[in-house]
Design a protein around this ligand. Sequence first.
Ligand code: GLA
Length: 658
Amino acid sequence: MYFGTAWYPEHWPETRWPEDVRMMREAGMNVCRIAEFAWSSLEPLEGEYEFDWLERAIALLADNGIAVVLGTPTAAPPAWLTHHHPDTLAIEPDGRPAQHGNRCHYSPTSPTYHKYVRRIVEHMARRFGQDPRVIGWQIDNEYNRIDYSENTHRQFQHYLKEQYGSIEALNAHWHTAYWSQTYTDFDEIPLPIGPHNPGLMLAFRRFITRVWKEFQQLQIASIRMYSRPEQWITHNFMGWFDGFDHYVLCEDLDLASWDWYVGTGHHDYTRTGAAHDLTRGFKRRNFWVMETQPGSVNWAPVNNVLYRGEARCMAWHAVAHGADALLYWQWRSAPGGQEQLHGSLIGADGRPRPFYQEACQIGAELARAAGVLRDTTPRNEVAFLNSYDARWALDAQRHHRDFDPVAHLLHYYRPFASRNIGVDIVHAEADLSGYRLVVAPALFVLSEATVAQLTRFVTEQKGTLVLTVRTGQKDVHNALFPVLQPGPLREIAGAEVEEFFALDEPVPVYGEWEASLEGQGRIWAERLRPLSERTQVIARFGLANGWLDNGPAITRHPVGTDGGQVVLVGTWLSEALQDALTRWLVQAAGVTPEPIEAPPGVEVLRRYTSDGCAVTFVINHNRQEASVVLPGTGQDVLTGETCAGTVILPGYGVRVLV
Ligand code: GLA
């Protein structure tokens, strides 16, 4: 279990370092990330490397028991580089070069930039690749920029040629006769700015993924030339950010990590839990929280401070979801620069800010629990599927301004989280062995591999599959399937979508599986048509727009004679109905209910050793006291107390039980 911070020794006189590192150690920190924006300090002039200061910082940290994660500094190229080589600057969609000094101003496709990136990273790896004090590397920082340069444009055309083989094939898949888009050569194809042909837009997103993958591979190769294999390599992702396909980038990484910020307002565990689960799903193993906020940020509309105790709750929540590390961003704000007012552990006066005390408590507690948490990981019976292709295609054709694909997934996630049923979020093509229930929210674009996995899941594994609205309308080229939704899943769904409706007003929905249940569908509705006698209608629309009236809203189809079942949900249900549907699904799929009775706002999750021993986390996310009822006895790792029966947790209280 690692606990630490991002520190920028290059901002401070070296005489100050020992005091900072002493306070890190006293807060229980055992890891520190450094150097990820330090290029101008590491190579102040072209070809003149100054690594001694970094070596001294690493030594000081190590002397205090603090391991180092080294960031490659490529998110912030120095002024000498961008000035002498303007082709390294990213080009904005309007054709202007990005301004130097706001970081991420580089073009990830520039061959000149690649040359300089390779050089600085190789130099760092040569110097620190064998260093046992450096446990891992973070490549760059939060990839995000899209470059619209001529060079990127040419590479995109080249990529399309490689993907489609012939211009005829591309024209056919993109249906370019529409609006006379037909291309006679790959070099006629534009870079999409704003809305464009759906095939082109989806291909462009995949191309951007390729750009980042290659940029990352270049750095990984430079590190791996010199590093010992024990040094792992990661990148700090940004939760639900969709600038590229994270699964593709994670193929080349050893570890997934993410930067977790609340911004305005407060932590909602039924939402942020999903971002942790998403990150855990990138490599299907535990992950790191590489950055999180110590109190407040500086970039949100209102940069409020977290309530006292909230960050501690958040720390345990992350651990419960599989985080093996938590690092605060940042240790101390630079006196200059764009982030002067961001939350930090140390104040402008060089002394601890109030939040430092809470960090000390978290550090001490994580250290106490580290032994029992070793080699433990969450293990769940429910999986949610995530597809970047589907998200990109939907976002480009929301059809209803509120049809946000992430909000749609979270709408399904929330009632599982509030029932304390752990969830894995995995790639839509992932192997689904071991799950009882799979929720596939809005798989607008469906690949053959996904269809095969889902079919196997319900036929061979006899699982329960939930398909939601907007599923199976597009093929992998973002063209409409020549059949109705859910396209190639119609057979296992036992139903199809006769018509879809973006809703300007909610429509009534009532459940036939729980007669008393009535609610609404909003944003979206689909008129379902059963395709088999075995298909059961479990909810119907009430009187609505004339087209939906009394039609099936949710169907259930038992697959084969003793197979699984597919539930097709034809609207975005109101909260109470969604909750009722979840309750029914959990039962119908035979998902094990959480044995600890907990009131709203109290999260209960587990991590398991490979031989099945559990560590149970009970986290009161409420500011008020709450109590839970334990079915047996447990020992609280944090206090040593033995707990049984009714256990009272103060506001933001946490129990870690074995
Ligand atoms: C991001 C960056 C950090 C810092 C924080 C501020 O996550 O990675 O360098 O700018 O935001 O919240």
